[in-house]
Design a protein around this ligand. Structure first.
Ligand SMILES: Nc1nc2c(c(=O)[nH]1)N(C=O)[C@@H](CNc1ccc(C(=O)N[C@@H](CCC(=O)O)C(=O)O)cc1)CN2
Ligand SMILES: Nc1ncnc2c1ncn2[C@@H]1O[C@H](COP(=O)(O)OP(=O)(O)OP(=O)(O)O)[C@@H](O)[C@H]1O
Length: 191
């Protein structure tokens, strides 16, 4: 199936079967994991729409003393700039695509090489960590800039792991997936 049709169908299904309880279980799994416990500089996305809800996660991680880093979209070239987030939600305003981003007067730019862990958003994943995102190519470009020992993690509902998903050359995979049931280690991908 064509990539954009697959994305459209997946997003429609996500709307249909949205469950805040499932999201809470996924976040709990992640908070209890060694992946989370060991990471100091964590990049998260700020969820919008029916994405896995990360707002309470951000509050908890800040309270745990983690450095929380969030993306800012550069729509001219579909790259991501990173900023540390100190006060949630006070330092945020609605940015591109209606997603919350750090306000200009609260920006604290972070080098991607500083990150220990990236939580990668996505519509669908395969068991080996292949990812389908929102179609902007933002994360495929961004994941090329992190350090080799930075861990990549997807939070995903079991229903959105598909045996195969349409892939292109540039698509970057994740190393770990956290679902409401378990934490899977994906075989390392050569990409
Ligand atoms: N919470 C969150 N933040 C994020 C991402 C994300 O997936 N989730 N991104 C991950 O890359 C970047 C933003 N990426 C985006 C890429 C494309 C579209 C977009 O084109 N939206 C279309 C509709 C998409 C569709 O329904 O197929 C639109 O606004 O018309 C939106 C966001 C950076 N920040
Ligand atoms: N590393 C890259 N270099 C150049 N172009 C890229 C790169 N990654 C993606 N693209 C281009 O960006 C567009 C969107 O890619 P794709 O459909 O894989 O996005 P996505 O991974 O779903 O989106 P996102 O990362 O924003 O969630 C495609 O036209 C693709 O060719």
């Amino acid at each position: 199936m064509d990539k954009s049709l697959f994305r459209k169908k997946t997003l429609a299904r996500r709307k249909e079967i949205y469950s805040a309880d499932t999201d809470a279980k996924i976040i709990e799994q992640f908070l209890n994991s060694d992946l989370y416990k060991k990471a100091n500089w964590i990049m998260t996305y700020i969820s919008f729409g029916t994405e896995i809800y990360t707002h309470d996660f951000i509050k908890k991680a800040l309270a745990d003393g983690k450095h929380i880093v969030v993306p800012i979209c550069n729509i001219s070239d579909h790259t991501i700039t990173l900023s540390e987030l100190i006060n949630f939600p006070d330092d945020l305003e609605e940015g591109h695509y209606g997603i919350l981003e750090v306000r200009e007067d609260c920006l604290r730019i972070v080098d991607p090489k500083k990150l220990d862990l990236v939580m990668v958003p996505g519509c669908a994943f395969s068991p080996s960590g292949h990812r389908m995102g929102f179609g902007g190519g933002y994360y495929d470009r961004f994941l090329e800039t992190i350090s080799d020992d930075c861990v990549t993690v997807a939070l995903i509902r079991e229903d959105f792991i598909f045996e195969t998903i349409p892939m292109e050359e540039h698509d970057k995979s994740v190393q770990f997936m956290v679902t409401e049931k378990c934490i899977n280690c994906c075989p390392i991908q050569e990409d």
